[in-house]
Design a protein around this ligand. Sequence first.
Ligand SMILES: [Zn+2]
Length: 89
Amino acid sequence: MTIRKVPMRTCVACQTTRPKRELVRVVRTAAGTLVLDRRGKVSGRGAYICPDPDCVHKALTGHRLERALEVQLTDELVAELQRIERGSV
Ligand SMILES: [Zn+2]
């Protein structure tokens, strides 16, 4: 067995470093729109957040995603994040 290096990313809310695939990625695309990227395939500037209600709440109330991505969150994205916050994903 070979040991593979797991890509690590930091959550914008709690600053915890976790394997990339355990985090939710929010991407600002080249067109300037924000999308929730669940598969890690969308190119663009990304910010990472734990799929955890506390972290989502913190990120939304503290405007941490906006700051990390330098863009306003869209209502659509906020709604998607709020679904995670409610634990229904
Ligand atoms: Zn977190």
